[in-house]
Write a protein that binds this ligand. Structure first.
Ligand code: GLY
Length: 370
């Protein structure tokens, strides 16, 4: 019940192992990377309480010692002070250029630790052990690392590919249902952007995955990661196709900013709402059929995740306010917003050719349905 996806990036190629029980096997899987049998592990307090001991035992089974540092949980950790603290700790622990750093946690830990590894001694290798669904299918794969700045999210960082990813689907059992479903927003995104058959599979099977069926969880993670790997192999540094992975994200980032990056809206929930809006906009532009947005909404509703602006509690800015927030997105090039639109489910493409008035109309109708 385990699978492997290879990311073919020449000298920086790596494997993503997917399946239950990988924490227990971490030692044997990481050992081939090591020159000396010692790793530095960084986690957050929530994940450490649940999984740090299992990791220690898994490493110990292969005779690997571990030193560990536990950071506060939450987005605020992805910041300069915690980056400095982490890098200085790694130096204190005498982590050398040939050593390996391990990130055990969700997207925040993966991004921060990956960036710390990228700058430590001009770059040390790191292993991602993602513990959230979102990190397993998105942030732990592809080498985007970084922190937030007071100017915005993910504005400081580096491309630094991991040497190995261990996506232990067993640990997904410890997630709260809301967090699992938020991660699901990123899973469904892959079907919507490039694989109609996968979307159909999700329509039939994703509720089993949400209910805990391990085979369904493994397949959902595997297909997502396979698609991400294919895209990253084509366009590692996002000169073109990698932007497809941002389907739903232009809307999502505006909604996240409007809700103050609070738990009124989790990132993956914003992605799900954003994907539905991107298809709505595509349908209005005559690019895809009118049925596509409602089919997507129906599926997301059945899964029990957020789908519409009406699902976001509290006040939101009006359509102009949201458009304003969108124009601050880092995908703006020469003052023009880039959108990911679709010619149908599984057929996304990148364009700057979008009428701002139509976006305003789609947003104001979505707001008036609240
Ligand atoms: N999360 C989008 C990317 O990795 O490009």
């Amino acid at each position: 019940m385990q699978d492997t996806v290879h990311v073919g990036l020449g000298e920086r190629a790596y494997d993503i192992h997917i399946g239950p029980g990988l924490l227990a096997r971490s030692g044997e899987l990481i050992a081939p990377l090591l020159r000396r049998k010692r790793v530095a592990v960084i986690s957050d307090e929530n994940v450490a309480a649940l999984h740090l001991e299992s990791l220690r035992e898994g490493l110990q089974a292969a005779g690997i010692d571990m030193v560990s540092k536990v950071l506060p949980a939450g987005e605020a950790t992805k910041s300069w002070p915690h980056l400095t603290d982490t890098v200085e700790w790694l130096l204190e622990q005498k982590v050398e250029r040939s050593d390996v750093v391990v990130a055990l946690g969700g997207g925040v830990i993966g991004d921060l630790v990956g960036f710390a590894a990228a700058v430590l001694r001009r770059g040390v290798r790191f292993v991602q052990i993602p513990t959230s669904l979102l990190a397993q299918v998105d942030s732990s794969v592809g080498g985007k690392t970084g922190i937030n700045s007071p100017h915005g999210k993910n504005l400081v960082g580096a491309f630094h590919q991991p040497s190995l990813v261990l996506a232990d689907t067993g640990v997904l059992g410890t997630l709260k249902s809301r967090d699992f479903l938020a991660g699901y927003g990123e899973v469904v995104k892959y079907g919507l952007l490039g694989d109609f058959e996968f979307f159909q599979w999700l329509e039939g099977n994703a509720s089993r995955a949400a209910a805990g069926d391990m085979d369904a969880r493994i397949y959902a993670v595997k297909r997502s990661v396979e698609m991400k790997a294919e895209i990253v192999e084509r366009d590692e540094t996002e000169q073109g196709d990698r932007a497809l992975l941002n389907l739903g994200h232009t809307f999502c980032h505006a909604l996240e900013a409007a809700t103050g990056y609070s738990d009124r809206l989790l990132h993956g929930e914003g992605v799900a709402i954003g994907c539905a809006l991107a298809f709505e906009l595509s349908a209005r532009m005559g690019l895809c059929s009118q049925e596509d947005p409602s089919r997507i909404r129906t599926h997301l509703r059945e899964m029990g995740t957020k789908v519409d602006l009406a699902d976001i509690p509290g006040d939101l800015p009006d359509a102009d306010g949201l458009l304003d927030l969108m124009s601050q997105d880092k995908k703006v090039v020469d003052g023009k917003l880039r959108f990911i639109l679709a010619r149908g489910i599984g057929q996304a493409f990148v364009t700057s050719d979008v009428d701002g008035e139509l976006v305003r109309k789609v947003l104001s109708e979505a707001l008036s349905a609240r």
